[in-house]
Design a protein around this ligand. Structure first.
Ligand SMILES: Nc1ncnc2c1ncn2[C@@H]1O[C@H](COP(=O)(O)OP(=O)(O)OP(=O)(O)O)[C@@H](O)[C@H]1O
Ligand SMILES: Nc1ncnc2c1ncn2[C@@H]1O[C@H](COP(=O)(O)OP(=O)(O)OP(=O)(O)O)[C@@H](O)[C@H]1O
Ligand SMILES: [Mg+2]
Ligand SMILES: [Mg+2]
Lengths: 157, 163, 157, 163
């Protein structure tokens, strides 16, 4: 059991380093068991080293940095287990323009393996969509208009 | 497995029957504040079998019913049609439709392909496809930084569940 | 004591209605004691009715709607007690373009009475500033550049 | 009363002495993620007498010291210069300077206009001016919706404190 977990952790770590490094243009991130001799004795830390900065606890990271670390973790997990659906509601709220662009690329990349449903107010994210849904309120009730952006990617929409 | 379409009626701000056809790739939902975007996420979680009404931002499930409905029509349902061409879900049909309804008294019914079923049957079926209302792949508004703030112990437990 | 509190609540309510109605172009909001006969017996509810919608509990309001209600409450309080400093860190994260514009006007208005320090990633907000501070990271350390936007408003910057 | 300038040295990502001159009206701080914007807010709260390190996003006050400093220079201070031309603060000077410092061992010192003082003296003085680290007029990143989510009881207590 311990070996299965260690193997999984190794594979996840290599994906996490890859995703985080790409997201931050050179940063490093990895998962570290608190107790290396017996994993189940302690928890698992998420260590991040943003570019130009030393490794630090995520608890003192900024809102945008935490968002990037959290999404890298989720995306890395998806690369190990790709055939699933992702539903992300305004996860980009605290990202600056550079990080928004990187998130948009990461989502585009992820959407080749998984179905992604993103709620976003950012043009940068909407511009990468295969299909966009505009929700608006009329008389207090929700209405939907949909527009297909990328015709080849749509098989049923 | 992916969601082909969602049908929402009487649920929160979706008073009238609304059908949303999704594509296999990147779907982006946008619109003004308060228009109903997060309500769509609540609808999906509801249909996937969410047990905790607070995860749907209400105190009781009956509060999910559109408060604009006249007496006698106070019912809500959400239908999710899943593509099953890869047969990951152990049902021999290219599409699987799950539906969850609730009435004014809080009574809930579940259906698979139109036939009455149970929440357990739906949850079992969906777990094969990696779809669960409480999985890490559904991130609610404002919740993303909480993943970074997980305690080391919670993070290990989360990973153990995934394996 | 009860009379003092009731008077305060009345004055606050008139400011809250004013601020919220302006912020939402026609919405209504007010504070309502749970126990009208003896205020201190219960709490105080914040009731909001967004335009085109009936009065509803704030708990089912959207992220953007909650932000508007919260800021209206804070700004209304400031109108009763104006000579103070406000420090707002990315309170605009979940606002759509229309609400961002309204927040920018509300901040401009508030800054006539109070000093306001806002952290924001939104151009709409920065465009209303009397003075802008650009923070950037060099070698992992923070640096500041400042630019005065509105010369008459600056007496010491 | 308003903040004329802030001086930060050795505090979080502000290793070297940084002076920020503020204006009386609308000041907007912007910049990339992780650049240090919220650290400025932490610095202000620290100088105003914050008692709870978690409100400054650290477990212990000593973690506020810039981790890039060499041994022997591991100290941090934040100085706030307040305009007092309206004499709201009961000190006969047009400017009042408050400073809070911390060293590696966690020892903290407080100064008013350069003279050693106590946290209590500073907090009393500031409350007259309506400046308190935990007041509703300081809204931290991600915290604004919590004001909308206050329980009715908490909201009444908050209003009672303000009167
Ligand atoms: N039971 C209900 N009946 C009718 N309307 C409801 C019900 N529950 C919630 N609503 C309305 O739905 C709206 C909230 O929708 P939602 O949270 O989906 O907004 P949103 O588009 O995500 O906005 P934001 O961009 O601000 O997050 C609110 O205006 C609320 O009044
Ligand atoms: N004690 C410390 N020593 C040195 N650097 C620190 C220390 N504490 C925090 N930092 C750094 O400060 C940075 C966070 O700064 P801050 O929270 O002010 O960012 P921000 O500009 O508000 O970003 P965002 O827009 O993402 O909210 C982090 O990169 C963190 O590593
Ligand atoms: Mg929403
Ligand atoms: Mg910040």
């Amino acid at each position: 059991k311990k070996r299965v977990f260690m193997e999984f952790l190794d594979r996840l770590n290599s994906k996490l380093r890859e995703v985080f490094s790409k997201f931050t243009s050179g940063g490093d991130a990895w998962l570290e068991p608190e107790d290396k001799t017996n994993i189940f004795n302690g928890g698992i830390d998420l260590i991040t080293a943003f570019p130009g900065k030393p490794r630090r606890s995520l608890s003192i990271a900024s809102g945008g940095e935490k968002t990037i670390a959290a999404l890298s973790f989720v995306f890395a997990l998806s690369k190990l287990n790709p055939t699933t659906v992702y539903i992300l509601d305004e996860v980009d709220a605290h990202l600056d323009p550079v990080n928004l662009e990187r998130l948009a690329s990461a989502l585009k990349d992820l959407s080749n393996e998984s179905q992604i449903i993103v709620i976003s107010l950012k043009d940068v994210i909407a511009s990468k969509a295969d299909k966009i849904y505009g929700i608006y309120s009329k008389g207090g009730l929700s209405k939907v208009v949909a527009a297909v952006m990328n015709v080849e990617a749509i098989s049923n929409g | 497995v992916y969601i082909k379409r969602i049908e929402i009626k009487g649920f929160k701000s979706f008073k009238n029957r609304t059908v949303i056809n999704l594509c296999k790739g990147l779907n982006v939902i946008t619109g003004p504040n308060g228009s109903g975007k997060s309500n769509i996420v609540d609808a999906i979680r509801f249909a996937l079998g969410e047990l905790n009404p607070r995860m749907l931002r209400v105190e009781r499930f009956s509060e999910l019913i559109c408060d604009n409905l006249d007496a006698g029509s106070r019912r809500a349902y959400v239908k999710i049609v899943l593509d099953n061409s890869d047969r990951k879900i152990p049902i021999d049909s290219g599409e699987v439709e799950i539906q969850r309804s609730i009435d004014e008294k809080g009574r809930m019914t579940y259906k698979i392909n139109g036939r009455r079923s149970s929440r357990e049957a739906i949850v079992d079926m969906l777990s094969v496809a990696g779809l669960s209302p409480s999985a890490i792949n559904i991130i609610m508004q404002g919740a993303v930084t909480r993943i970074a703030d997980l305690t080391p112990k919670r993070r290990r437990e989360l990973l153990e569940e995934i394996i």
